[in-house]
Design a protein around this ligand. Structure first.
Ligand code: C2E
Ligand code: MG
Ligand code: MG
Length: 741
């Protein structure tokens, strides 16, 4: 039974009282004795019960308080029971130790307030403490280290005198320290990044990027997240390919290297700045971004670099990219092509007869034309492409290929048209034209240089014709290789004196006498094979070799003619052929004069044959060169008349002495009336201009007859004799002299 229970005691007393009353009813005589006994017994029992209850209570309550105190005292939380004036009723061991309280004698109020972090700087009322769900208190602990406790307080008991508050605290000092470290590390990090002006971008899906505060500042972003599209739109159009390549390589390249690109990005000031974008693809995991990049404003370095680059990569004359830049950008683009599976066109352009223009119009004007050409080609460079001067009059354009196969042809044609129209001022009378060759990247080569060389192959395949545009085809490769081999072989042949002049007689149609010879070059190989000029003169013309060949022809022709004169043969005219390279040389007159002086040949026995196309490519300069030769007394013949412009009006302008009717007219002259009419009209007009005429390619007496009757002065052709070596011609002389005595 629980003696402590008043109900139990009451039941016992009520039952006992009922029993006594019942007994007194049954035995009235004994009632007083029973009642007295009952009362005495009850008093005794009450005393016993009271003693027992006191004992029990005392014993029981002392056990609970001890347990409780032990638990609270050692509880792993801070605990304070306090009153409304902050006086401590109880503080457990944890908080006492933290506050450095030893023994019982301490300032209870001061220590409680200290525990709650209350001081003059941070005054707090009881109500504030009770109302705050978690009150964060800071104080200096016993070990002089800062302590942070999160207190929770509730009202424990209200008495008439006091209100007891029960506060439990959680020591969060370590947690706070970590948080602070984290926060300050992050702040410090961002702060440092700001000072160093390093922006960061990260992404774990390559679609959405998170920008660091410094990136947000540098690029004036609206917030710290941006999509790939937005990021890409900030990149300079010319650098987008590089940017795409970087992102693509991040996704495909498994190396863990830090890579770096230089790109322009639209910045806070509204201008494009150069940024070094260093990036790395992290290993894909749940916690790490797969892409992490740092952007550093490198505009200043770039400006310094630009000066250096200007010197190294910019062509001085045209102020566009030079060969070095072309190679660098070209190779970079080639690699982008492979990575991004895109394609580019490489167009190589060559100004036709630029050496002539340069010589005729002067160095200054030549530079002006080059600059002008550079500006024209630049107009056609699209974003991501490049225009560059390779050397001399050679230029290159790199164009993005969007699947338009006609683009290089159209672009080259448009450049040709603009260039032709640009002939003004000093160059107004020059026919400005250019030729082009193109190839596709990466398909047409295993490196940019290779693709570029193939575009050059295509350009060369156009031959020495002006205004050609040629696309590269694999078959050209062999012919170009053959061409290069031929060039090397020819160079050796010149050194080994394998070149020889053959002479074809020219006959005076009225007397049948030899009146001149045309010197026609032959390459006699060591095995005796004779190579005709058509097979090697064009190759020589597109290389420096033509100069050497022409020098030989000029001096050998003069020497041989003088020798024949010395040998007593009739005085005849020696005709030599000039290419445009020879003819438009600045010092042509000096060279011819030198050859004449050296050999002692009178200028009137030398004739220079020029084609119409050659003379009309720069008519003013041609006339001036012709006049210079005429001043020396050298004769001038217009070769192959009828194959080019065939404009008789030029006979008025050009100071020629002889007109050579092309073989194509002569072939038809016997059967074709029109051919005959043309030939006889040309002869008539030439005569009226005091220009003599000669027919090329006479192969039979009938042709000779017709031409003689048409008034043609001279004839040349297999009918009289094929081109032959000097000794053979001497025999021809002998025979001719005998025949025409
Ligand atoms: P060209 O100056 O018109 O020379 C005439 C060409 O016609 C020569 O060819 C000659 O052999 C050929 N020919 C002459 N009569 C007849 C004929 O009756 N029938 C036929 N079928 N052909 C005839 P070749 O010697 O092969 O020269 C070809 C071209 O090469 C020349 O045309 C000339 O433009 C150029 N050439 C020749 N020698 C030299 C040279 O020393 N220097 C330069 N720059 N070019 C040269
Ligand atoms: Mg000729
Ligand atoms: Mg000819």
């Amino acid at each position: 039974m629980n003696l402590n229970s008043p109900l139990s005691a009451s039941i016992v007393i009520v039952v006992a009282t009922c029993l006594v009353i019942a007994y007194a009813q049954l035995f009235p005589d004994m009632a007083w004795i029973v009642i007295i006994t009952y009362i005495s017994t009850m008093i005794f029992l009450s005393i016993i019960l009271a003693i027992l209850a006191w004992f029990y209570r005392k014993h029981k309550s002392s056990i609970d308080a001890g347990e409780m105190a032990g638990i609270i005292e050692n509880l792993d939380v801070e605990m304070i029971i306090w009153t409304e004036d902050f006086s401590a009723v109880y503080m457990n061991r944890h908080i006492r130790e933290l506050l450095g309280i030893q023994g019982r004698n301490f300032d209870q109020q001061a220590e409680v307030m200290r525990a709650f972090g209350i001081d003059s700087a941070n005054p707090m009322t009881v109500t504030e403490i009770v109302n705050s769900t978690s009150h964060e208190a800071h104080f200096t602990g016993a070990d002089e280290e800062p302590v942070t406790i999160m207190w929770g307080t509730s009202i424990m008991k209200k008495t008439r005198k006091h209100t007891l508050f029960f506060s439990t605290g959680l020591n969060v000092t370590e947690l706070k320290k970590t948080q602070f470290e984290l926060a300050s590390t992050n702040d410090l990090f961002n702060y440092s990044m700001g000072i160093a002006e390093i922006g960061l971008v990260m992404s774990n899906d390559m679609q959405n990027f998170i920008a660091s505060p410094e990136t947000v500042r540098m690029l004036a972003l609206k917030n710290n997240t941006l999509s790939l599209k937005t990021l890409r739109s900030l990149v300079h159009p010319n650098d987008r390919l590089t940017f795409d390549g970087a992102l693509k390589s991040t996704c495909t390249d498994n190396t863990n290297d830090i890579k770096s690109i230089e790109i322009r990005i639209s910045s806070a000031d509204g201008f494009y700045h150069w940024y070094t974008f260093r990036y790395k693809d992290m290993n894909r995991s749940d916690s790490l971004p797969i892409f992490s990049g740092a952007i550093i404003d490198s505009t200043q370095e770039h400006e310094k670099d630009l000066i250096i680059e200007r010197l190294a990569y910019i062509d001085e004359v045209t102020e566009i990219a030079n060969w070095n830049k072309l190679m660098d950008v070209g190779q970079e683009t080639y690699e982008q092509c492979q990575l991004l599976e895109c394609s580019y066109w490489v167009i190589v352009l060559d100004i036709d007869r630029f050496h002539i223009i340069n010589d005729s119009s002067g160095y200054q004007n030549g530079n002006y034309i080059l600059k002008n050409f550079a500006n024209i080609i630049y107009k056609f460079v699209t974003p991501g492409g490049l225009g560059a001067r390779i050397s001399g009059d050679n230029f290159a354009v790199i164009l993005r290929n969007y699947g338009d196969d006609d683009l290089p042809l159209r672009t080259a044609k448009a450049i040709q048209d603009e260039f032709a129209k640009s002939a003004v001022g000093n160059s107004a009378t020059i026919n400005l034209s250019c030729s082009a060759g193109y190839s596709r990247m990466p398909e047409d080569g295993d490196s940019f240089l290779n693709v570029f060389e193939h575009a050059e192959f295509a350009l060369k395949s156009g031959g020495s014709e002006n205004n050609t545009i040629c696309g590269y085809e694999a078959s050209m490769h062999d012919s170009i290789i053959g061409r290069n081999a031929l060039e090397r072989e020819l160079a050796l042949a010149i050194d080994n004196n394998e070149l020889q002049l053959f002479y074809q007689p020219k006959i005076d149609l009225s007397t049948g006498r030899i009146m001149g010879v045309e010197a026609l070059i032959r390459w006699i190989k060591p095995d005796g094979t004779i190579v005709r000029p058509d097979a090697f003169v064009p190759v020589a013309e597109s290389s420096h070799l033509i100069g050497k060949i022409s020098e030989f022809v000029l001096s050998e022709g003069c020497r041989q003619n003088k020798l024949w004169q010395k040998m007593g043969y009739p005085e005849i005219v020696m005709s030599i052929n000039f290419t445009s390279t020879d003819f438009y040389q600045k010092d042509l007159k000096d060279k011819v004069f030198e050859a004449l002086v050296k050999t002692g040949l009178d200028a009137k026995y030398l004739e220079v044959e020029l084609t119409e196309t050659l003379a009309l490519s720069d008519i003013d300069y041609a006339v001036s060169q012709m006049n210079k030769l005429r001043e020396l007394g050298v004769k001038l013949a217009m070769d192959d008349f009828g194959t080019g412009y065939s404009s008789l009006s030029y006979l008025q302008i050009l100071p020629i002495t002889l007109l050579k009717l092309d073989r194509s007219f002569i072939i038809d002259i016997e059967h074709d009336n029109i051919a005959y009419e043309i030939v006889s009209s040309v002869i008539r007009i030439a005569k009226s201009k005091k220009i003599e005429t000669i027919a090329e390619g006479i192969e039979n007496p009938n042709q000779e007859d017709i031409l003689r009757k048409a008034g043609c002065d001279f004839g040349q052709g297999y009918y009289y004799g094929k081109p032959m070596p000097a000794e053979k011609l001497q025999e021809f002389f002998e025979e001719n002299m005998k025949k025409t005595k």
